[in-house]
Design a binder for this molecule. Structure first.
Ligand code: AMP
Ligand code: MG
Length: 353
């Protein structure tokens, strides 16, 4: 697979013309990566099985990991979903356009390959003008997983997409850095009680305010072979740089202290360490390469920095990346911790004394 990947740099002077060109590629069954408010997506016509097959091929994505279908208007949900229960409609009104994906019973128009063979479909309406106009112009729902090679950290700017997928996709629209930095919150609304399948850009507390306290929250846990996997993506390794990642979790001061000790021990052995840490920890430790997650109590900053930081540190020739898990886990912080846990090969949990 080696095709020429066009890079469309979009600005206010060429917006309409650029989006039109990109939409034409999608209409013809091609692949276009584009910015959303969460991360960059790799788009294809969700109703064209041959086009969707190319997404799996370009990313090296397992065929049973279903895709999120993106729409440009709320009413198009009814084209894809059998029925939209009242609690789902309430979530749509509260959070669309935005980083919330709903899993609903699918209509037959949605091909098997898009849903990984499931009888449900995952849908969202992104909050990004480039994404929305692209979907509108394409005139069809767009399937779009994150625009990275499967298993690697998600892309938060066009450079990350090019690093992973140049030569494998038709085009990328460069719309600068994304606003949120982690993927959408995925909620299954097929039953009486909504179930959070993946934490993301919308905090679980906010979903609870809208859908009621009965919703079933999300806990990170290892998914065993025999256990039913409700969100198929949950069983695969994810978000990982090539370098080994060690995550240290616990309360602030203890995490900072433990990271200092780990760095000292590593330096004694001549190991080069990269740190992805909060500003509070950074003020305690010095090491070879460091990337900031921002202040401990500002999880939005950590969300924006986490994939960028993992990719950056991966390129710095360090032997290990030590990550600070003391980020506040409210709001988008739950998604930050979830992605860090999945990226880590080893987790050190410091239990409270
Ligand atoms: P990605 O596009 O890589 O961010 O992943 C999309 C996430 O949504 C994955 O975790 C999928 O497993 C999940 N997902 C997509 N479609 C469905 C579905 N029909 N049922 C349950 N989870 C889904
Ligand atoms: Mg992904």
């Amino acid at each position: 697979m080696n095709i020429t990947t066009e890079v469309f740099k979009v600005d206010s002077s060429n917006f309409d013309e650029t989006i039109k060109r990109a939409a034409l590629i999608l209409k013809k069954g091609g692949l276009v990566a584009f910015p959303t408010e969460t991360v960059y997506g790799l788009g294809a016509d969700a109703l064209n099985p041959e086009a969707v097959r190319k997404i799996f091929e370009a990313k090296g994505r397992p065929a049973d990991n279903p895709l999120i279908v993106h729409i440009a208007a709320k009413e198009h949900l009814h084209d894809l979903a059998m029925d939209v229960p009242a609690h789902a409609a309430g979530l749509v009104d509260a959070f669309w356009p935005g980083p919330l994906t709903l899993v609903l019973k699918r209509k037959n128009i949605v091909p098997d390959i898009t849903t990984g063979g499931l009888d449900t479909v995952a849908v969202r309406m992104p909050d990004n003008q480039i994404a929305l106009e692209l979907i509108r112009q394409a005139g069809t729902p767009i399937a779009a997983p994150s625009a990275n090679v499967s298993g690697r950290p998600s892309p938060t700017d066009a450079g990350h997409v090019i690093a992973d997928l140049a030569g494998r996709i038709d085009a990328v629209i460069d719309g600068g850095s994304v606003r949120i930095g982690v993927e959408s919150t995925v909620v299954d609304v097929t039953g009486d009680i909504p179930v959070i399948l993946r934490p993301g850009g919308i905090g679980i507390e906010d979903i609870r305010k809208c859908a009621g306290d009965a919703i079933i929250g999300y806990t990170d846990r290892a998914v065993g072979e025999e256990e039913a996997v409700r969100s198929p993506g949950m069983k695969y390794t994810h978000y990982s740089p090539q370098t080994e990642v060690v995550l240290v979790e616990g309360s602030g001061a203890e995490v900072s202290d433990r990271i200092s000790e780990l760095v000292a021990a590593a330096h004694e052995k001549g190991t080069r360490v990269g740190l992805l840490v909060t500003d509070e920890t950074a003020s305690h430790v010095s090491t070879d390469e460091m990337y900031s997650l921002g202040e401990r109590d500002r999880p939005e900053q950590a969300a924006r920095s986490l994939f960028t930081g993992l990719r950056w540190l991966d390129g710095r020739g360090v032997d290990v990346i030590i990550v600070d898990g003391s980020v506040n886990h409210e709001g988008v912080g739950a998604a930050v911790l979830n992605r860090l846990r999945k990226a880590a090969g080893r987790i050190i949990e410091i239990s409270p004394k």
